[in-house]
Design a protein around this ligand. Structure first.
Ligand code: FES
Length: 215
């Protein structure tokens, strides 16, 4: 997600065809070369040797750190102060603090964090969002495209997480429930804790990760 332009994603070129083809331009070429496309949650490609390390495809686990998934600071551990209230969101991978393995062997492990006013959050969301930092799976529940935009909602004034493939919108203040578009269910939430500014995973994903077709 672009940090310089909160109203638009750096990946707004991402689109999917009716078959749900992959929309992540950062990986599309490679995925296409490998197997057509891996948007469907059941497909979990390995992208590089370091992503084949033991644990790289395991789901986020308690005490995992979160590291930036893109940009000049890719790989850096994300701290509470790195997030700006109201966005933009930051894309991240979980990282095993013991082995230092970044769990990017599965695209289902990528998440998006955004810092919000805790008073805006509903009770369930606030319970797993220390300092108002919410964290969700980046995989759209419709056809598995990545959530790439942080934009004004279609029917309101607040920013929402948006999948540009078919315009599904998720409200991060309400447990990422669907507020617009064809997505059938909310995004999976990743509970967090913050201690001395360090963000860590508090528990495994809550809810189903991936698209409706599988995963
Ligand atoms: S994949 Fe269709 S709206 Fe996200």
């Amino acid at each position: 997600m672009s940090e310089s332009n909160p109203s638009a994603s750096v990946e707004q070129t991402g689109e999917a065809d009716a078959s749900g083809s992959c929309a992540d331009p950062t990986r599309r070429a490679l995925l296409t070369a490998l197997a057509g496309c891996a948007c469907l949650a059941a497909i979990e490609p390995a992208f590089a040797d370091d992503e084949d390390q033991p644990g790289a495809s395991e789901r986020p686990q308690k005490a995992d750190l979160l590291v930036r998934a893109e940009g000049d600071k890719a790989g850096e551990v994300i701290k509470s102060d790195d997030l700006t209230l109201g966005g933009p969101p930051i894309r991240a991978w979980p990282k095993d603090p013991k082995s230092s393995v970044v769990r990017k062997g599965s695209r289902l492990n990528e998440v998006v964090l955004v810092k919000l006013d805790p008073n805006e959050l509903d009770d369930a969301t606030r319970a797993r969002a220390p300092d108002g930092i919410v964290c969700y799976s980046i995989i759209c529940s419709h056809a598995g495209c990545p959530i790439t935009a942080w934009v004004k909602e279609e029917q309101g004034d607040k920013n929402v997480l948006k999948c540009l493939c078919h315009n599904s919108e998720y409200d991060p203040r309400q447990n990422a429930q669907v507020v617009f578009g064809p997505a059938p269910r909310r995004l999976a939430a990743l509970p967090l804790t913050v201690a001395d500014g360090a963000i860590t995973v508090a528990a495994p994903f809550v809810g189903k990760v991936g698209a409706q077709q599988g995963g």
